[in-house]
Design a protein around this ligand. Structure first.
Ligand code: ATP
Length: 467
């Protein structure tokens, strides 16, 4: 190996560590390095890829190369080539591709079925057996800035249930991967300890169980069952609001499990203290462990998710197509998945390669009816990014101007761009009253006339959301 090849090999190791397996596989692995005249030429598959590598990763690559070569760091250039060549050990040493792929997961082909679903908890007679989704694992979860912390915390909890953060409280908007993340914990705990009694449940089901126990005077059995769990995962805990009996029962259950070092994991669309109507003793207990957010994914992560999902369908998605879809579908991962399914189906049914034109055709009605795509989540995310605040602040009670004003702008945009009623908008913004929404719309409309800067910002946002 020449010094430059050595340098590139070092960069690969360094970058894999820094970017994580998914980002590395998608962005760095396709690069082919050609050492030439004291420079390292990195060949990329297409122009969009080139721009992306230049904007996001070139600095990192240069840093890694400088770290290896010290003062003698080579010049690194990017150019579009005819696609990555395979690097075999016997190959001439003039081109070095990135590390080999991770082993592929079993195919989704029915002839090669997914591993058996872990059965959760030998449930007591009245508590039907539930199953975790075997596809919701840490391996299939793409990590990016939006969920980095949540994932790290989840991994820690899965490896040391009942010992590190209890409860783990995960919050974030619709379709952002809360269920996927917490079920990954369940699946890993089950894999490591098949005897562990695990129950994943939606909060509404817990409410129903309490009601049934109440009706059938079967609280002893109810308690015996729930109190015997090793790991309890409850999704969408905000459904407990207004259910006093449920909250009371859950309070006892919570105490018993935590005292017994049994792990509890909860999700919600907002942080505990902002769930109005939840008893104070629960709110404070929910904050005992660790509360982590999942934010909407940024472009880079959305592309990675699309690539990974397509790969699981044994489909090689061109990065130009992935960018196109990711740029247009921004609000949440569920919508992103829906768009991907659509383009894949289109390509299969029409027997056409999945080109950019094919993707445009497949998504044409979604794109044409742009307004239908503008969801309240999309607006909240766009406005929060624009003003550099958290999406969670759209739901929060904070009244400082730097948060309240963007929130009012987002409400006004929602009124203008969607068919939602004032009460529905109020609900989507942390359960506010419709008069608050009306006041926000009037304030912003007036300010747009009198405050040039705000008027401009509003038009930019409108344009961003409609494009
Ligand atoms: N980071 C990610 N990597 C891969 N897939 C993801 C990721 N985030 C979400 N998904 C996928 O998006 C879909 C929606 O995720 P999930 O159901 O976990 O969202 P949620 O936050 O629980 O939504 P809700 O609030 O509606 O319950 C799932 O199919 C999930 O696998």
């Amino acid at each position: 190996m020449s010094a430059l090849e050595n340098c590139w090999a070092h960069c690969l190791t360094e970058l894999e560590g820094r970017l994580g397996a998914d980002q590395f596989r998608i962005w760095i692995r396709p690069l082919v390095a050609e050492p030439k005249d004291d420079a390292l030429h990195l060949i990329v598959p297409n122009q969009i890829f080139l721009q992306f590598i230049r904007d996001r990763f070139l600095g990192l690559i240069e840093e890694a190369a400088a770290g290896f070569c010290g003062g003698e760091a080579p010049t690194i250039s990017l150019k579009v080539g005819s696609g990555p060549r395979k690097a075999a050990p016997s190959q001439s040493s003039s081109a070095v591709a990135a590390a080999p792929a991770q082993p592929r997961r079993p195919s989704s082909n029915p002839a090669n079925p997914a591993p058996a679903q872990p059965v959760i908890a030998a449930a007591a007679a009245n508590h039907e057996t539930t199953r975790l989704n075997p596809n919701f694992t840490f391996e299939t979860l793409v990590t990016g800035k939006a969920n980095q912390l949540a994932r790290a915390a989840a991994q820690q909890v899965a490896e040391h249930p009942g010992e590190s953060y209890n409860p783990l409280f995960v919050y974030g908007g619709v379709g952002l991967g809360k269920t996927h993340l917490i079920q990954s914990i369940g699946n890993l705990v089950h894999q490591r300890n098949p005897a562990a009694k695990i129950r994943y449940i939606h909060a509404e089901k817990y409410v129903t169980d309490v009601v049934k126990a109440y009706q059938h005077k079967a609280f002893d059995e109810f308690k015996r069952y729930y109190h015997s769990l090793d790991l309890l995962l409850i999704d969408d805990i905000q459904f407990f609001v207004g259910k006093d009996k449920t909250q009371e029962e859950f309070f006892y259950l919570f105490n018993a499990l935590v005292e017994g070092h049994k792990q509890i994991i909860l999700t919600s669309d907002r942080i505990p203290r902002e769930i109005e109507g939840l008893q104070e003793r629960l709110t404070s207990r929910f904050s005992w462990g660790l509360t982590v957010a999942i934010e909407p994914p940024e472009l880079e992560m959305r592309v990675a998710i699309l690539m990974k999902k397509a790969e699981r369908e044994n489909f090689k998605l061109d990065s130009t197509v992935a960018f196109f879809v990711a740029k247009h579908i921004r609000s949440n991962v569920r919508e992103l998945e829906g768009a991907l399914k659509r383009v894949l189906a289109y390509s299969r049914f029409t027997n056409q390669p999945l080109t950019l034109d094919a993707a445009k055709e497949a998504l044409k009605d979604i794109l044409a009816a742009g307004n239908r795509l503008i969801s309240v989540e999309n607006i909240q995310k766009t406005v929060a990014d624009f003003y550099k605040i958290k999406v969670a602040d759209m739901h929060s009670k904070k009244r400082t101007r730097d948060i309240a004003r963007p929130r009012q702008i987002a409400m006004t945009l929602t009124k203008e761009l969607t068919q939602m009623s004032l009460p529905a908008i109020g609900d989507a913004f942390g359960g506010r009253d419709h008069t608050t929404v009306l006041h926000a719309c009037r304030t912003i409309d007036e300010m747009r006339q009198n405050d040039q800067e705000l008027g401009h910002q509003y038009s930019v946002l409108l344009q961003m959301l409609r494009s």
